[in-house]
Design a protein around this ligand. Structure first.
Ligand code: IPE
Ligand code: IPE
Ligand code: MG
Length: 249
């Protein structure tokens, strides 16, 4: 059983995950990289179920970055096929579990079949009140900010907004995560300690947790460890510890 329930009120509201290490997981087993991606889907399922069970409200998963288009064509097309397949298989179960599913990223770059599945899944689960699951596909933090700025400039040009009134809130609300709370905790598996152009704006104050576990091996215990790490942090947002009247554990 999870060991942090006593501190349930300190749980992260929003967890973001960079699911890295599928290729290396496959390589270690002498398998092609796409087998690692397929194995990674099981970890996605486990993570969603367990995050919901732990009472996490928002979970954002990085599945494919703007930069991942640079990978070999065969790997990219197998990944896209895997997304279609996973959506086909998982949406009904997610719906039964009251999960609300949304996608962020550059949809125009995705195939029509995948976009249709995405739109259907979003419409199907829109009314659900359980875990809010956001999947980032063809997503890049710089792309997100650029698009938001473009929309803000459009509003200024049309007279809908004045340049002087543009602030962090108005830019933030144009981002892909819109009005959702910022991630409290970022988990990256696979041993690398970088952001790789994930939610650059929204991660401004996230606690960062890096794990050497390769994504297909990530399980409930790993998520517990990340949450345990999070509950031990003191989030100061620029204040001093004394100002927050912190009680050291
Ligand atoms: C993450 O695993 C999945 C995607 C980026 C789509 P990788 O495919 O990056 O796995 P490694 O880092 O090569 O092991
Ligand atoms: C980040 O992983 C993107 C996803 C997990 C979807 P990468 O494997 O693409 O990151 P880099 O290239 O090592 O920074
Ligand atoms: Mg990688």
């Amino acid at each position: 059983m999870p060991g942090t329930d006593a501190k349930a009120s300190n749980l992260p509201v929003h967890i973001a995950v960079i699911m890295d290490g599928n290729g290396r997981w496959a390589k270690k087993r002498g398998m092609p990289r796409h087998k690692g991606h397929r194995a990674g889907v099981k970890s996605v399922r486990k993570t969603i179920e367990y995050a919901a069970q732990r009472g996490i409200k928002y979970l954002t998963l990085f599945a494919f970055s703007s930069e991942n288009w640079r990978r070999p064509e065969d790997e990219v097309s197998k990944l896209m096929a895997l997304f279609v397949d996973a959506l086909q298989r998982e949406v009904d179960e997610l719906h039964r579990n009251d999960v609300r599913l949304e996608f962020i990223g550059e949809r125009d770059r995705l195939g029509k079949g995948l976009v249709r599945k995405i739109e259907k899944a979003e419409a199907h689960t829109r009314g659900n009140n359980g875990l809010h699951l956001i999947v980032a596909i063809a997503y890049g933090g710089r792309w997100d900010i650029t698009e938001a700025v473009r929309r803000v400039i459009g509003k200024i040009a049309s007279g809908e907004a004045a340049a002087a009134d543009i602030d962090e809130l108005s830019i933030g609300s144009e981002l892909q995560l819109g009005g959702l709370p910022d991630p409290d905790l970022l988990i990256r598996t696979g041993g690398e300690q970088r952001i790789s152009n994930f939610l650059l704006w929204n991660l401004a104050y996230a606690e960062l947790y890096f794990s050497d576990t390769l994504w297909p091996d990530f399980d409930e215990q790993d998520l517990d460890r990340a949450i345990e790490f999070y509950v031990q942090r003191q989030r100061r947002y620029g204040h001093t510890g004394e100002q927050l009247g912190a009680v050291e554990c």
